[in-house]
Design a protein around this ligand. Structure first.
Ligand code: DX5
Ligand code: ZN
Length: 226
């Protein structure tokens, strides 16, 4: 298997990216300020268009507002068709990680170049039904691979069990290629599975329901990191 030419591995960490999809939209500023004061590493923004996924969440004006009071780096996950059309908008808003779906983008290599030219950490997200092998030709260009462990579109869904093995296979592909990509796992992350997800090779865990239904979200974030 051919190797990546840019082989530096970003710092590996047990990072948590709380999903604001589970926040109280009527109190978004309050919830973001709570996360600002927590040990979380990113803020995960789930952008849905009602076409790529059967749900609509929030868009550019809401992200702009969140960016004005967020103190954590923004981690945007675009579940939209033709995501490449919006790369500049998200770069202008100062997001750190931008992930677009393998299934939604025809010219993924070009989109990764576009993200890098704007200084973004470039991420490719892929659905539960998409095989790890589909990423062979793009993983060298990724800073992040976002592995969906539920079908995208909704929070609070059950973790798809086969995703654990998929993380291990993705980790193997990244190692074989010598890629610097971090593995981010999204969907159904809980107190019951976070340790095995990190052990299988996840670097960043997204969690919505597990954090925002907790009586103490800050303690929940600490527990997920441990
Ligand atoms: C699903 C989203 C996820 C979701 C995670 O389409 O991409 O980020 O909000 O939520 P939980 O942790 O509740 O599964
Ligand atoms: Zn997400």
């Amino acid at each position: 298997m051919s190797k990546c030419s840019n082989t530096h591995k970003a710092v590996v960490m047990k990072a948590i990216s709380p999903s604001l999809l589970s926040a109280d939209f009527g109190n978004m500023k309050r919830d973001v300020e709570l996360l600002n004061a927590s040990g979380c590493d990113f803020l995960h923004l789930d952008i849905m268009d009602g076409v790529f996924v059967p749900n609509i969440s929030f868009g550019i004006p809401v992200v702009k507002s969140i960016a004005s009071y967020a103190k954590k780096p923004l981690d945007a996950h675009l579940m939209i068709v033709e995501p490449e059309r919006w790369i500049d908008n998200f770069a202008d808003l100062g997001v750190r990680i931008l992930s677009i779906h393998y299934e939604a983008c025809t010219h993924l290599n070009r989109a990764m170049q576009q993200m890098h030219s704007r200084g973004l950490m470039a991420g490719v997200a892929f659905n539960p039904s998409t095989p790890v092998s589909a990423l062979e030709e793009i993983v060298c260009n990724c800073d992040v691979v976002l592995l969906m462990s539920v079908n995208p579109g909704f929070g609070a869904q059950a973790f798809i069990p086969g995703s654990l093995d998929k993380i291990s296979r993705l980790k193997k592909l990244i190692a074989e290629k010598g890629s610097k990509a971090l593995i981010e796992v999204d969907g159904g992350v809980s107190m019951a599975n976070h340790s095995e997800l990190f052990n299988a090779g996840a670097d960043i865990l997204v969690a919505g329901n597990a954090i925002f239904t907790s009586d103490d979200p800050i303690a929940a974030i600490e527990a997920l990191k441990s």
